[in-house]
Design a protein around this ligand. Structure first.
Ligand code: IPE
Ligand code: MG
Length: 252
């Protein structure tokens, strides 16, 4: 898989040099990213916030492809939180339209890279037409095996945890039988290993209601880079940083 990635980045390129520093045997299985800073990126350029979101969508495409080439098995992208509805209606509309548009025009990204798409979050709260497209994309990519991309949409972690509790209660699972394995199975991320690495761009150092249960032992990587500027190089850099950490999981 690694040879394949190397072939995509010409020798002498910055990406290639970074790739050669990554140990393919110690890759994070699951990387989660809070893609933050689109608005500030646009403002710095005297552009509308929405122009930042368009540039951010490009970064998401590039990083998704880079992660697949590297051999990452699960990539979770925080795309729209359950709190993002508070934004001005024009911005919310733009984000929804952009998602819809990307689903129509970016199917090749999933097909060419053998990527399975999964939506995590409250689908019911999304516009009906978008929901339909999302479900179609999930369905169409369901046999893809190389990497799973979880798009967190209308996602909030506390809501996810409460939903799991309700489902467990509704299923009348006996209290004594509720363990971590049972609980994890009722989260949106059922079937995914916990994230090994959580990245947040734009200099903010907060979790913001993202994967609260799942990140118990994740390595956290904060960078000042604004999301539209976070590309393959910056992603590889984050993986290199991750590989330099010592993970003890509570051990001495
Ligand atoms: C992240 O960029 C994108 C979304 C949450 C949709 P922001 O829109 O939060 O950009 P800043 O934080 O205002 O710069
Ligand atoms: Mg922000």
């Amino acid at each position: 898989m690694f040879d394949h990635a190397l072939a995509k980045y010409p020798s002498g390129s910055e990406e290639r040099e970074l790739l050669e520093r990554i140990d393919e045997k110690r890759l994070p299985a699951h990387v989660a990213i809070t893609m933050d800073g689109n608005g500030r990126w646009a403002k710095q350029r005297g552009l509308e916030r929405n122009a930042g979101h368009s540039a951010g969508a490009e970064a998401a495409r590039e990083v998704t492809e880079a992660a697949a080439r590297l051999g990452i098995r699960f990539l979770t992208l925080f795309t729209f939180s359950s709190e993002n509805w508070k934004r001005p209606p024009g911005e919310v509309q733009f984000l929804m339209d952009m998602l819809h548009e990307n689903l129509l025009s970016r199917q090749a990204l999933l097909t060419d890279n053998d990527i399975r798409l999964k939506i995590i979050g409250d689908l019911e709260g999304l516009p009906g037409k978008l929901r339909k497209k999302l479900m179609e994309s999930e369905e169409r990519s369901s046999g893809h095996k190389r990497m799973q991309v979880n798009l967190a949409l209308n996602y909030g972690s506390r809501q996810e945890i409460l939903r799991a509790v309700r489902a467990i209660v509704s299923a009348r699972i006996a209290a004594g039988r509720i363990d971590e394995e049972v609980f994890s199975r009722h989260l949106y991320t059922a079937g995914c290993p916990d994230p090994d690495l959580l990245i947040r761009t734009s200099g903010e150092r907060r979790i913001s209601n993202f994967l609260l249960y799942q990140i118990a032992y994740s390595e956290l990587y904060f960078t000042a880079t604004l999301w539209p500027d976070f590309r393959a190089q910056q992603f590889f850099q984050a993986v290199i940083d991750y590989q330099g950490r010592e993970r003890r999981f509570g051990n001495a």
